[in-house]
Design a protein around this ligand. Structure first.
Ligand SMILES: [Zn+2]
Length: 274
């Protein structure tokens, strides 16, 4: 049973049973409680009410640095140089329309041992309002762009745009066998805050099993370059090194998600249990 039905069914049953004797007041309170629970489930990176989400990877010795909204022709190559220079691996949640314009960057990510995941084809603000058929067509298009660019099967890692979830996104994730990845902490670096601010925000993710979100690109149609990750990444790696940790690529496993592995691109082709 979907997790949210465990909330909705008892609330509806209580409302139906209370209405004849108590009127609308308790129904209103139950509706308010439902709205609060669902609001939390939509926005919280730790909520698995609609689908299993990985906001951390329990049992891992490594940390996962992840980058959203790329690839970007100005930032991503410099970021890849930086990661190669410090011998760290990361996960890139890419946008399909960017991949079609810069396929060589995705090829390079895979060739250098990084993981690549779906972040939708267009990063539409309406993604979370679409019906399942349209959500799946969008994710299929993003997966095809990655597969065509890098010569690998469509990834099984998925980060919902803006991190929002709902029962329809959960349904499609289940049908496609996707692993929904959220975060332990995020940089909120889209406005290019000071690097000290970014480091303070992501500190909680720089630990074993932590998942940290930064940005190396931006949504289609938006101007500007999100280069703050080029400043914050070296400092994050220095922090990890001082703690005796490394960043590894996320990978889908038969029963969940792991960090690290000898070959991230090969790990992505493993069949997944539905
Ligand atoms: Zn995004």
């Amino acid at each position: 049973m979907r997790g949210h039905l465990l909330v909705d069914v008892p609330l509806i049953a209580a409302a139906v049973s209370l209405y004849p004797t108590c009127g609308l007041a308790p129904v209103g309170w139950l509706a308010a409680a439902s709205a609060i629970i669902h609001g939390w489930a939509v926005v919280s990176p730790r909520s698995s009410l609609y689908m299993p989400v990985w906001w951390r990877v329990p049992g891992s010795r490594d940390c996962a640095l992840t980058y959203d909204d790329g690839p970007n022709p100005e930032v991503t190559p410099r970021l890849l140089d930086l990661l190669a220079g410090s011998d760290q691996r990361a996960t890139f949640f890419v946008i399909g329309s960017h991949v079609r314009r810069h396929p060589h960057l995705v090829r390079r990510m895979v060739a250098e041992g990084h993981a690549v995941g779906l972040h939708s084809d267009t990063h539409s603000r309406w993604f979370n309002c679409w019906l399942p058929g349209r959500i799946q067509r969008d994710l299929d298009a993003c997966g095809k762009a990655i597969a065509d660019a890098a010569g690998i099967p469509s990834p099984r890692l998925f980060r919902p745009p803006v991190g929002l979830k709902n029962p329809m996104v959960g349904f499609v994730c289940g049908r496609m066998g996707l692993r929904a990845i959220t975060w332990t902490a995020r940089a909120r670096d889209t406005g290019s805050p000071a690097v000290e601010v970014v480091l303070a925000r992501i500190a909680g993710a720089l630990r074993p099993g932590g998942i940290c979100v930064m940005h190396d690109g931006h949504e289609p149609g938006r101007d500007g370059v999100r280069a703050s990750c080029l400043e914050s990444t070296p400092l994050a790696i220095a922090r990890l090194t001082s703690l005796g940790l490394r960043s590894g690529p996320l990978r889908a496993t038969a029963d969940g998600v792991a960090i690290g592995g000898s070959d991230a691109s090969a790990e992505m082709v493993q069949p997944l249990a539905r």
